[in-house]
Design a protein around this ligand. Structure first.
Ligand code: GLA
Length: 380
């Protein structure tokens, strides 16, 4: 299909050149031939690749599978075109890298890193320490009992050191600890996710240790604490306190990752208040997992069609979000979508598509893309 389009534009180009060669009067007409016809909006506006659009503000990234990081696929082409940063969606998580103790599986992660290197993209590492997608042997012995602090610590150290050392020259930033804080409790007193095996074994001190191990393995890497619901007061204050404690104790932490699994009705004030608060910590901020499902709530009936209403909601929401992010681009050092286009997202359910990105299921710019483009251009 793509070749066919190329041929059509090639024929037009050839005709223009052939025609003008036969004429002695007129100079070559100023016909601009777009590289990719589908990037044109109705009104004739050409989509600027995202990485160009945001180049004065921050790297723009996508979370990917190893299969997508392949220049021979549509996903690979879209990645090359639009993104300046890349995150492994799953294959750098503990259960993917070291499912069995002592046996590492590097293939998927290596493919992503290699693709990024060949295409001059940054790589964010995700994630070193998490209660989820982590093999049981990191927490439990063969009888299912929690490991001792000593054994669990040795294993955590070995894992972090091995992984960070391997990608020392390639991964510039790591989500060292993911989602260690309790989400919400009615009385607001539970700080840490106490049901995490990490917490059960160590209390909160594993967080400090993980950052130290990562820093020792690569003193140049930017080290992040990453969490969701981070723009709500009950969560952001816990993140603030945690990061402040780490910094006060000289633990090497450089940034906070706001996952950014937001909603179309996400409050602008919540985002601004959070960014203002974290600015006071003197750390970098990255939006690490941005996606915006089209629904107002989890109970709104699902659709498999991208309606005008969905498009309207996303235009409003994404414009607001990027307007805010540009306002804080002095502290925001990266924005990553948790996927490439609407064809692949963890948010889809049978009969209920989420359509959460700027690129559609064919990885072409949606109307909301052009709305964001207009916004960014107005800020340049
Ligand atoms: C969390 C994790 C990610 C990913 C997403 C959803 O936010 O940090 O690794 O699992 O959930 O898939």
């Amino acid at each position: 299909m793509k070749n066919l389009k190329f041929n059509i534009w090639g024929i037009i180009a050839f005709s223009v050149i052939a025609f003008s060669c036969g004429s002695t009067e007129d100079p070559l007409p100023d016909v601009k031939i777009p590289e990719d016809k589908e990037d044109i909006k109705d009104e004739g506006v050409v989509a600027i690749p995202l990485k160009e659009l945001f180049k004065d503000f921050f790297p723009i990234g996508a979370a990917v599978t190893p299969q997508q990081a392949d220049p021979g696929t549509n996903h690979g082409v879209a990645l090359q075109k639009h993104f300046s940063s890349i995150t492994a969606e799953n294959v750098m998580k503990p259960d993917a890298l070291q499912r069995n103790k002592g046996f590492y599986t590097w293939e998927g992660a290596d493919r992503i890193v290699q693709f990024a290197k060949s295409n001059n993209m940054k790589v964010r590492g995700h994630t070193l320490t998490w209660h989820s997608q982590t093999p049981d042997w990191m927490f439990y012995d063969q009888d299912g009992a929690l490991l001792s602090k000593e054994i669990a610590m040795e294993q955590l150290k070995e894992h972090i050191t091995t992984v960070v050392t391997r990608y020392k020259d390639d991964v510039y930033a790591w989500d060292v600890v993911n989602e260690a804080l309790f989400d919400w409790d009615p009385n607001g007193v539970i700080v840490y996710r106490e049901d995490s095996p990490w917490y059960k074994i160590f209390g909160e001190s594993y967080i400090d240790s993980a950052f130290v191990f990562a820093h020792r393995a690569d003193p140049n890497a930017k080290l992040f604490y990453n969490d969701y619901n981070s723009i709500f007061s009950w969560k952001r204050n816990k993140i603030y306190d945690l990061v402040k404690r780490l910094k006060d104790n000289n633990i090497p932490i450089h940034g906070v990752g706001l996952q950014g699994h937001w909603m179309v009705e996400t409050s602008e004030q919540d985002i601004r208040t959070t960014l203002d608060l974290f600015r006071g910590l003197g750390v970098e901020i990255q939006i690490t997992e941005l996606d915006l499902p089209v629904y107002l709530s989890n109970t709104e009936p699902g659709s498999t069609v991208y309606t005008d209403t969905f498009s309207f909601r996303q235009k409003q929401a994404y414009s607001m979000i990027f307007n805010v992010l540009l306002d804080y681009s002095d502290i925001i050092t990266g924005v990553t979508f948790w996927g490439i286009g609407d064809d692949h997202t963890w948010l889809d359910q049978p009969g209920r598509k989420a359509f959460p990105f700027l690129l559609d299921e064919e990885l072409k710019p949606k109307p909301v893309y052009f709305e964001v483009q207009k916004l960014v251009q107005s800020r340049q």
